[in-house]
Design a protein around this ligand. Structure first.
Ligand SMILES: [Zn+2]
Ligand SMILES: [Zn+2]
Length: 370
């Protein structure tokens, strides 16, 4: 690593999947010509953070997790022209390079270099060990340093809580429905797994003009919120779910099924609850050892489309202004998705709640209430 490490901040550091994360003093790398240093105003705790913390997804350690954040610009690199001190920004966890084969095709969410920063240390511990930013962002901290290209300016009428959720859950869930699968008006939609991403997918289905929206989760306490955010039916995830979905869809299954969990079991469930010729979209990030199998005959016979969804196919430059407008007009209700608040010391509890399927989104305010 070149350059210095001058600014010391509190951060929640993950050292091992077997050990709770703990607050440490770390020193951030100095701001380069194209970077910004930002104060984290609000950061959501996402299911991917849990998967990274528990070792389900690979993560170089020690690391500072957190990738769904709204922040305020504190320092600007000499070559940055489009941001000013005090600007509020959403931090992107995939930063398009603008140069690779996917960026050239307009698939910026698949950018070959978009997540490369996550493999590079961005800070030092008190003992001068290199520390890595979880999913390139590292927002479970008072501050972080990112390229200016990873910071999207937030309009004044969007709150920091709303902006934070647009950093991952909302862009992923709404984008899965409206962009990746591109649901047609009048379609029937099933959403499996009602965390932040799933409830955003429910809202996306409403936006897309779906005729029937069926929301499924193992936790029946989520029924009320799912209905409030646009679901027509809530079903508890159990042995009878498939039958209930068939009954609700004239024996056919849904046109579009979204698996917002990302496991072999839920992928098979989503497959089994969609109609012949229907679409199954895998939104949740699963583990590399969790294999799902299909017989050659069923792939032919059911003629379904199975699609992987990365970050809701987000193209931030085009999509963020649209999402801001949906929030502004009340078509996306993001504050309803925040079910807990806390500081950096509450992160481990938020992770445990999430693992137990409790709550939707905990928003953490790293530098305390302002
Ligand atoms: Zn996330
Ligand atoms: Zn690229």
């Amino acid at each position: 690593m070149s350059g210095g490490f001058s600014v010391a901040v509190d951060a929640v550091v993950l050292r091992s999947p077997d050990q709770p994360m703990a607050i440490e003093r770390i020193r951030l790398r100095d701001v380069g010509p194209h970077d910004v240093r930002v104060r984290i105003d609000a950061t959501g705790v996402c299911h991917s953070d849990l998967s990274l913390a528990r070792g389900v997804l690979a993560q170089p350690l020690p690391a500072v997790l957190g990738h769904e954040a709204c922040a305020t610009v504190l320092e600007i690199g000499s070559e940055v022209t489009d941001l000013r001190l005090g600007d509020r920004v959403i931090l992107l966890w995939i930063t398009p390079c603008g140069d690779c084969v996917h960026c050239a095709r307009g698939e910026t969410h698949l950018c070959v270099n978009g997540a490369a920063r996550g493999a590079q240390p961005y800070a030092l511990s008190a003992e001068d060990e290199p520390i890595y930013p979880g999913l390139t962002v590292g927002s479970f901290a008072e501050q972080t340093v990112v390229p200016a290209a990873a910071a999207v300016k937030v309009p004044g009428d969007i709150t920091s809580a709303e902006a934070a959720l647009l950093g991952c859950a909302v862009t992923t869930g709404v984008g899965a429905v409206t962009k990746t699968a591109a649901v047609d008006p009048g379609s029937s939609v099933l959403v499996l797994g009602l965390g932040g991403v799933g409830l955003a997918a429910v809202q996306g289905a409403k936006l897309a003009g779906a005729s029937t929206i069926i929301a499924v989760d193992r936790n029946t306490a989520k029924a009320e919120l799912a209905i409030k955010l646009g679901a027509d039916q809530f079903l508890a995830a159990d042995d009878d779910t498939r039958k209930a979905v068939r009954t609700l869809t004239g024996g056919q299954g849904v046109d579009y099924a979204f698996d917002c969990v990302g496991s072999a079991r839920t992928i098979r469930d989503a497959w089994g609850m969609s109609r012949r010729g229907g679409n199954v979209c895998i939104v949740g990030i699963g583990g590399k050892d969790d294999s799902v199998s299909f017989s050659a005959l069923e792939l032919f016979h059911f003629a379904r489309t199975l699609t992987g969804c990365v970050a809701g196919s987000l193209d931030a430059a085009i999509d963020m202004p649209r999402y801001f407008e949906h929030v502004r007009c009340g078509r996306l209700d993001l504050t309803a998705m925040v079910t807990g608040h806390g500081g950096l010391t509450d992160l481990e509890r938020a992770m445990t709640d999430m693992a137990a399927g409790q709550g939707i989104r905990t928003l953490v305010t790293p530098a305390g209430a302002r």
